[in-house]
Design a protein around this ligand. Structure first.
Ligand SMILES: Nc1ncnc2c1ncn2[C@@H]1O[C@H](COP(=O)(O)OP(=O)(O)OP(=O)(O)O)[C@@H](O)[C@H]1O
Length: 309
């Protein structure tokens, strides 16, 4: 049996229309697929936990049909059932995880490929805990966690009014780049303490600090060119204090992979990162925004099982 978790609003309704086509596919019945539609933020996480608890012995996989936000919830729902295979059919507006995993197929073809010819892959994602775990416990991210400007941009991009505007104009793919343009004029450096693999770094001020599992970000920007999902370490990208003009130039050069040549941009590798600050740091994790004073990040020691195409 396969359980499908579908976010009907992902990708401006793209996920729902794909789901209707998948339901008509003979393999859907043959493989005994059952589906659940998410109703609100956090629902995919609860559903993933419940179905895995109940069906983990007969479950061939959880098929996630939605964007990276839905996948983030599912991966966290099954955090204690890492053997449960996750089959991701990207249908969001950004789809950075599919790029990072080099998934070539999409839509119905990808569904057929998962159920006809499942190829498992164990992927080591990353764990993070905020504010000494007091509130949220250990969680996992698949794409990236970023502090400073990164968090400010995602907060702007997630505003309901802004989302409806990009949806109405059919430019949801440009959600992140446009939010970035809006946020640059207000961009301020953040102050922090940073340690990589337990070593205190001599850098205390930056526009943003982003830790990634793979290169892609904001709907296809290659922010950390050296990152690789199969690598044992995480990529840490730091953008030091920089003028607004240069910041804009930097984000244009991201599309050509040239930003890491700028002297204000540094990219390191580490398997554990700790960042703290005396002031609340705006952050984003896999496209969800918040604020924290302290965060520990570590390459995961247990793998998550994904199907490949
Ligand atoms: N029925 C629903 N109505 C409104 N929001 C929902 C519903 N179900 C889930 N959500 C929320 O929708 C948000 C966006 O989902 P998701 O990330 O899957 O799609 P996306 O934003 O289009 O894609 P991407 O993250 O790749 O840009 C998530 O925060 C999720 O929790």
């Amino acid at each position: 049996m396969y359980i499908m978790i579908v976010n009907p609003v992902a990708g401006n309704g793209k996920a729902m229309s794909l789901f209707r086509r998948i339901q008509k596919e003979p393999l859907y019945k043959k493989e005994n697929c059952r589906s659940f539609l998410t109703e609100e933020t956090g629902h995919a996480e609860r559903l993933a936990l419940q179905v895995t608890k109940i069906h983990h012995e007969s479950l061939k996989g959880i098929i996630v049909l939605g964007g990276d936000g839905t996948l983030h919830e599912v991966v966290n729902g099954i955090i204690n059932y890492s053997e449960t295979p996750v089959c991701f059919i990207p249908a969001g507006s950004g789809n950075d995880f599919a790029r990072g995993m080099s998934l070539k197929k999409r839509g119905l073809k990808l569904f057929r490929s998962y159920v006809r010819n499942p190829k498992k892959s164990k992927v080591y994602l990353a764990n993070y805990s905020l504010n000494n775990r007091k509130k949220h416990g250990r969680r996992t991210f698949m794409n990236s966690i970023g502090f400073g400007l990164d968090g400010v941009v995602v907060a702007a991009a997630n505003q309901q009014k802004y989302r409806s505007w990009t949806k109405r104009l059919h430019i949801t793919k440009l959600t992140y780049p446009l939010a970035l343009l809006r946020s640059i004029s207000k961009a301020q450096p953040i102050q922090f303490e940073l340690s990589l693999d337990g070593k205190q770094m001599n850098i205390h001020k930056a526009m943003m600090v982003t830790i990634t599992n793979h290169p892609y970000y904001g709907g296809g920007m290659k922010i950390a060119p050296k990152a690789n999902i199969n690598s044992k370490g995480l990529s840490i990208l730091v953008v030091k204090p920089i003028s607004k003009k240069k910041l804009l130039a930097m984000f244009i050069s991201v599309f050509f992979g040239l930003h890491t040549k700028m002297k204000e941009v540094e990219e390191w590798k580490a398997s554990s990162v700790h960042i703290s600050s005396g002031q609340p740091l705006p952050f984003q994790v896999d496209g969800q925004n918040g604020s924290c004073c302290d965060c520990s990040i570590k390459k995961a020691e247990t793998s998550t099982t994904f199907y490949l195409d």
